[in-house]
Structure formats: structure tokens, C-alpha cells
Design a binder for this molecule. Structure first.
Ligand code: URA
Length: 434
């Protein structure tokens, strides 16, 4: 087989055979296919797409390109949750303890933040002492006793994706739906869960800005999961404004704790219930989404979710006192309010830009591996549709210095739109792909 022929087949819109997909993945891993040929192939995929069968074969072969986690030592059906990335998305911190408190073990690998989006591992590491590197036997023991464990992606997980992603990043081919779907699903498959609940974000703070694109991605990821023998559903959810109010690591942990107390922002609570309910359904514990949501609501109301969160933090070496006294979390030395110069309805937040402002304050990284500051970030005080008086506070900036705070305030004032007529408010849950 020659790579040049496979590039030509994809350029001409033909479907790769399973053997051709194996050849390509093998060539990525052993570096026998040069970058220029892989780049040309990525561009051919970008324009010609992939069938669900090709995408399934690519995801499964990529998953098998390195270590694959075997979750079978854990009892029951293991369901993973994945978000395609957004701003202020701290649902994993809420959903994991709720679902664990409902009796479904949660054993999860998560990533770090990059660019405008945050990462669950960074958020958890803002808790003093919290360790995100655990060996698999230690992680499994913790999941058996506490019900939940979450670590960073360890070992040699999907090396084919690491190489392919780096190449896509510099060849204008990141935004290919089949390449995104196979990249995400290869890592999910290698993580070993029996099923996946995928939160596909849509809007100004998401990777995909339109419902049509997000639907295509969700449909392909669900097809890959199901064709690989795993139960899979996708929820399309709005990311046209930050989820909840807090953006930034310790600020988001605080908001997740408030949500587990039943005192969180309504959109964060709602999405956490929706995603958690789908996890209970995939795990076979419930058949009806309303009943599953009601069960999780009770777990918030009776404090069981918060109790599991406290035990989880302690088990991974974190200070459990932060649960009762969130002021023990890292804080920023400078806190400045952002006041609206005019009155009107808040009609839009430029969500990706807000994520980038938070990143520049130090809450995120422009490049992989950069250090971050756990205490800094933003809290938005007004959501889309809210009325704002001139001089009213629309956000708060948490910064390392007065100069950084001043820059962020100026940026935020360009990232918000006010109108005299009430704007349409899009629904939080846009649809399900089941
Ligand atoms: N996230 C991934 O893991 N891969 C992509 O290609 C895009 C987002």
C-alpha cells in the first residue's frame, strides 16, 4: 500500500477500507508516513469527509495505538461524560459526585485547559493538595470506596492522536468534523468506559458556532461510539454565554460547591441534572429522564452530592475544609467591578473573548504547558436577557495586579452587547442525539 494512493482516493471522495485506515494509523505511530503526506491527507479529509464506518475504524485504530484502560475491575456499568469545551463549564465537578451518590461509579480521565476553554484537571488542582496523578490500582480502589475518581490523561494514551492533532494544528485542518470526532472518540474509547454522555457545545464560546455543525459532530460521535459497541448519547447545549457565572479555576470550584449545595446558578444546575440523568439512563439505573433528574435533585437537596464531593477531595489529597469554607481556595489580590456605561438589555456576551480575557489574566494558557494562576478569573453578574442600569455592575474581575485588572475591565466592556429591546434567549438544552 502506498500513502500517495490513499491521499488520491480520499481526494476523489472514495471511502477508505479498514485495511487502509490501519495502514494510516500504523504509519502515524511508527512515523513511516511523512508529515507532508499526512498533511495532504488531512486536507483531503477536511474537504471530502468520512463515512461513519470509516470514522469508527479510524477512532478504534487510534484508540488501539497506545495504552487502553481496562475498567473491568470496577463493578457495574461505567459511564463517562465529555464536553467539547466551553467557557465556565464546570459541570463535571457537579455531575461526578451526584452520579456517584446515585450509586453509579465514576472513573474519569480529564484534560487541562487550552486557549479560551478551561479544563477539569486545572480546576481540581486549584484545591490545595489535590493530586490528579494516581496509579490505576489506587484510582480503582478510590472509586470502589468513594464512588468517584478523576485523573489527568496518563501514560501513552492514543499517541496517534497526539501526533495527528499537532499536525492538524499547523495545517488548518483542526476544524474537520470527522477529524474532531475521531480525535475525541479515540480518547474516550481508550479510557475504557461502557458508555458516553457527550455534551456538544454550540455558540460563541464553543468550538463549533452553529447548531448545524454541532449536530453533525454529535451525530458522528454517537455513531462512532455505538458502532464501537458502547452506549452513547449526545446533548447539544448552548455556549452562547458562559455556563453559570464564574470563569477561572478556584472561582469555578466555588460555584460547583454552591451548586452541590443547591445554591448555584440555575443554568449550571439544569445542565448538570440533564447530563447526570443521561448517565443514570445509560448505566441502566433509570429509564426516564424526568425521574432521573428528580433523583439527582433529591441528592442535591439532601446533601449527599456534597458529602461525596467532600470525600472525593479528601481521597485525592485535597483539603476537604474548602467544601465548608470555600474562602480557603486560592484568591486573587485585586478584585474590581465592571460597570456598564449605558442601560439596556444584555443581549450578548462574546463568550470566546471572555474566555481569552480570563486566560490573559492568568487563569488559562495560550500554549500547552504554561503555568496558570488558580485564583484569577471573572464572574459575570448579568446573563443574556437581564436588564442593566447605567453604572450597574455586570462583572467582577479577579486579577494579580491593578494593571491587569484595568486591561481586563476594558476588554470586558467590548465583549458585551446591550440593546433597548429584549433579545431572544436561546434554550440551554438544544437537543439530544440518541
Ligand atoms: N478536542 C479534541 O480532543 N480533539 C479535537 O480535534 C478537537 C477538540
Amino acid at each position: 500500500m502506498r500513502m500517495v494512493d490513499l491521499i488520491g482516493r480520499k481526494r476523489d471522495g472514495l471511502e477508505h477500507t479498514p485495511e487502509e485506515i490501519s495502514f494510516i494509523v500504523q504509519g502515524i505511530v511508527d512515523r513511516s508516513i511523512p508529515d507532508y503526506q499526512l498533511a495532504a491527507w488531512c486536507m483531503a479529509v477536511y474537504f471530502q469527509g468520512m463515512s461513519p464506518r470509516e470514522a469508527r475504524d479510524l477512532a478504534v485504530k487510534m484508540a488501539a495505538s497506545g495504552d487502553q484502560v481496562d475498567l473491568s475491575p470496577l463493578p457495574g456499568i461505567k459511564i463517562d461524560k465529555h464536553s467539547t469545551g466551553g467557557v465556565g463549564d464546570k459541570t463535571s465537578l457537579v455531575v461526578a459526585p451526584l452520579v456517584a451518590a446515585a450509586g453509579i461509579p465514576v472513573c474519569k480521565m480529564s484534560g487541562r485547559g487550552l486557549g479560551h476553554t478551561g479544563g477539569t484537571i486545572d480546576k481540581l488542582e486549584s484545591i490545595p493538595g489535590f493530586r490528579t496523578e494516581l496509579s490505576l490500582p489506587v484510582l480503582f480502589e478510590q472509586v470502589k470506596t468513594v464512588g468517584v475518581g478523576l485523573v489527568g490523561q496518563t501514560g501513552n494514551l492514543v499517541p496517534a492522536d497526539k501526533q495527528l492533532y499537532a499536525l492538524r494544528d499547523v495545517t488548518g485542518t483542526v476544524a474537520s468534523i470527522p477529524l474532531i470526532a475521531t480525535s475525541i472518540m479515540s480518547k474516550k474509547l481508550a479510557g475504557g468506559a461502557d458508555g458516553f454522555v457527550l455534551d456538544v457545545k454550540v455558540g460563541s464560546g464553543a468550538f463549533l458556532k452553529t447548531k448545524e455543525e454541532a449536530e453533525k459532530l454529535g451525530e458522528l460521535m454517537v455513531a462512532i461510539g455505538k458502532n464501537a459497541g458502547r452506549k452513547t448519547v449526545a446533548v447539544l447545549s448552548a455556549m452562547d454565554q458562559p455556563l453559570g457565572q464564574a470563569i477561572g479555576n478556584a472561582l469555578e470550584v466555588k460555584e460547583a460547591i454552591a451548586t452541590l449545595r443547591g445554591e448555584g446558578p440555575s443554568d449550571l444546575e439544569r445542565l448538570s441534572l440533564v447530563l447526570g440523568a443521561q448517565m443514570l439512563i445509560l448505566a441502566g439505573q433509570e429509564t426516564d429522564a424526568d425521574r432521573a433528574e428528580a433523583k439527582l435533585k433529591t441528592i442535591i437537596a439532601n446533601g449527599e452530592g456534597l458529602a461525596v464531593f467532600r470525600r472525593w477531595v479528601a481521597a485525592q489529597g485535597g483539603d476537604p475544609q474548602i467544601v465548608d469554607d470555600p474562602d480557603l481556595l486560592p484568591t486573587a489580590p485585586v478584585v474590581v467591578g465592571v460597570e456598564s456605561p449605558v442601560r439596556g438589555y444584555l443581549s450578548a456576551w462574546e463568550t470566546e473573548a471572555l474566555g481569552l480575557t480570563s486566560m490573559r489574566l492568568g487563569a488559562g494558557r495560550a500554549k500547552k504547558g504554561e503555568p496558570i494562576d488558580y485564583g484569577v478569573g471573572l464572574v459575570i453578574k448579568k446573563k443574556v436577557g437581564d436588564w442593566v442600569e447605567a453604572g450597574e455592575e455586570i462583572a467582577k474581575v479577579y486579577a494579580r495586579s491593578q494593571a491587569e485588572a484595568t486591561t481586563a475591565v476594558a476588554e470586558i466592556l467590548t465583549e458585551v452587547k446591550l440593546t433597548t429591546v429584549p433579545p431572544p434567549v436561546s434554550p440551554l438544552v438544544i437537543g439530544y442525539i440518541i
